[in-house]
Design a protein around this ligand. Structure first.
Ligand code: ZN
Length: 76
């Protein structure tokens, strides 16, 4: 099943397929890159808050929350 969706990062319409992220393919590669960087940062700084991460990586709190929703990150 696929349907059209709006990318949560850039707002572009793209074809969403089940199991994919809520981002368009262009943003997905960036998303994975940032995710890896955040994950590494959290290993060294496990008590970081969402706000800290957002300012550290210059991305929105909403984006950080989307990582958490994907259960790819856990932040206290
Ligand atoms: Zn996008």
């Amino acid at each position: 099943m696929s349907k059209l969706a709006n990318c949560i990062r850039c707002g572009n319409v793209y074809i969403y397929s089940t199991g994919s992220y809520n981002v368009c393919p262009q943003c997905k590669s960036k998303y994975d890159e940032v995710f890896s960087a955040i994950r590494e940062y959290l290993i060294e700084h496990p008590n970081s808050s969402v706000m800290e991460l957002a300012s550290k990586f210059n991305i929105s709190v909403k984006s950080i929350r989307s990582y958490i929703q994907d259960e790819r990150l856990s932040i206290r």
